[in-house]
Design a protein around this ligand. Structure first.
Ligand code: TTP
Ligand code: MG
Length: 400
């Protein structure tokens, strides 16, 4: 029996802004594009959520719902720094940490449990340390597997702490009354399909056979996913990030998202996070990976092996957008992820470059320029942190 923690910070970007500026505390803070521009909300403080504002909502809608909202731009460089401090703090408890995004991580604490009287005590301690050292609110779920831990961290948000019972019968009872929407991967579209078959709660799912759920979902994998999770079964391991092998970040949408502009905006942020980590580790990547999960639960990964290794945000984004473009995705997405692998420690231009005086040379010059730009940005970020320059708002069309 393993003990898995899932930590998810509360209204992460908004809580950081409220922490840093007392004037914003208790106010509906909305992070993202301004309400008079095209663009979306990245997140909203819990005060703003009472007006119905949420992540990925067009900012114009948020402005209408919450006219007195405090709209602030995304300060990605700053959030990355706070996320790194969070990572350091968590590493004091266990090295078995799998970060999912800037504010979210799984921790397999099975091996360190003998140092604590109970998982509850450990989770409380982590929450307290985050509160005192980072001055930020967090929520933790504790369970025997990833699915249950993640579900639990969301159940009592904000400032939640929820421990899921250990034995199979108690798990079934724990899950039974919850809405199907609580299941990892079930968004609006899937929930609607399930409702057409009178499936509203997890108890409703528990009463159906695997074959029935596969028929309803229209896919063997989708049905199996639902059936396993409805019974609280999930054997995915916590995979600590080994910088030597791969670096990746992903984002799950609250609702299935069919707006390609939002996909691109998410990719912009993910590539920036991956690029920062890559350069911090002094590595260059030879392989980029785009991952996406459709509303039908099918998960796809597409890789591209690069002629020569790279580490610049701009190039990472260019390849990420290129991969996305090629997929011609016509369905709503549940999740987008971006990762890099096949590392080298230098940006050697391959010997077999066919034409060092033509295109390849121009490319090499571009790459050197991008590298210098990234270096400058990273140096500023390290030195000045929150006040460092921000590049998150490049026009996406510039990237083509
Ligand atoms: P979440 O953990 O999903 O959201 P949150 O921390 O703001 O709020 P809570 O966990 O309490 O529900 O995402 C973490 C950060 O990622 C969030 O603060 C902003 C960013 N984000 C986006 O930029 N766009 C999105 O669509 C989502 C869901 C998150
Ligand atoms: Mg969060």
């Amino acid at each position: 029996m393993r003990t898995i923690l899932h930590l998810d910070m509360d209204a992460f970007y908004a809580s950081i802004e409220q922490r840093d500026n007392p004037l914003y505390r208790g106010k509906p803070v909305i992070i993202g594009s301004p309400p008079d521009q095209r663009g979306v909300v990245s997140t909203a403080s819990y005060e703003a959520r009472t007006f119905g504002v949420h992540s990925a909502m067009p900012s114009q809608t948020a402005g209408r719902l919450c006219p007195d909202g405090v709209f602030l731009p995304v300060r990605m460089d700053h959030y990355i720094r706070v996320s790194e401090q969070l990572r350091e703090l968590l590493l004091q408890f266990t090295p078995n940490i799998e970060p999912l995004s800037l504010d979210e991580a799984f921790m397999d604490v099975t091996g360190v449990m003998r140092m604590w009287s109970s998982p509850l005590e450990l989770a409380r301690t982590i929450k307290q340390r985050i509160a005192t050292q980072l001055n930020l609110p967090s929520s933790i779920g504790v369970a025997g597997n990833k699915f249950l831990a993640k579900l639990a961290s969301d159940l009592e948000k904000p400032n939640g702490l929820c421990v899921v019972p250990g034995d199979a019968e108690a798990i079934t009872r724990f899950l039974a009354p919850l809405s199907v929407r609580r299941i990892w991967g079930v968004g609006k579209v899937t929930a609607k399909r399930l409702a057409e078959h009178q499936l509203f709660t997890i108890a409703d799912l528990q009463q159906r056979s695997l074959a029935e759920l596969q028929r309803i979902m229209g896919s063997p994998a989708g049905g199996e996913h639902l059936w396993s999770l409805a019974h609280g079964l999930d054997d995915r391991r916590v995979e600590p990030e080994t910088a030597e092998k791969s670096i990746s970040r992903e984002q799950t949408f609250r609702e299935d998202c069919s707006d390609p502009e939002v996909w691109r905006q998410v990719l912009l942020e993910l590539t920036e996070q991956v690029g920062h980590q890559l350069r911090k580790s002094n590595l260059y990547a030879r392989c980029v990976t785009l991952k996406y999960r459709l509303s039908s639960f099918r998960t796809h990964t597409r890789q591209e092996t690069l002629q020569s290794p790279l580490a610049s945000d701009r190039e990472l984004l260019r390849h990420a957008l290129g991969l996305l473009e090629k997929q011609r995705i016509r369905e709503p997405l549940r999740l987008i992820g971006f990762g890099v692998s096949q590392f080298t420690d230098s940006m050697i231009v391959a010997n077999d470059q066919p034409d060092l005086f033509g295109e390849a040379r121009v490319e090499a010059q571009d790459r050197a320029r991008n590298a210098r730009l990234d270096e400058a940005v990273d140096a500023l970020r390290e030195k000045y942190g929150r006040n460092a320059i921000k590049r998150g708002n490049w026009s996406l069309s510039d990237q083509a």
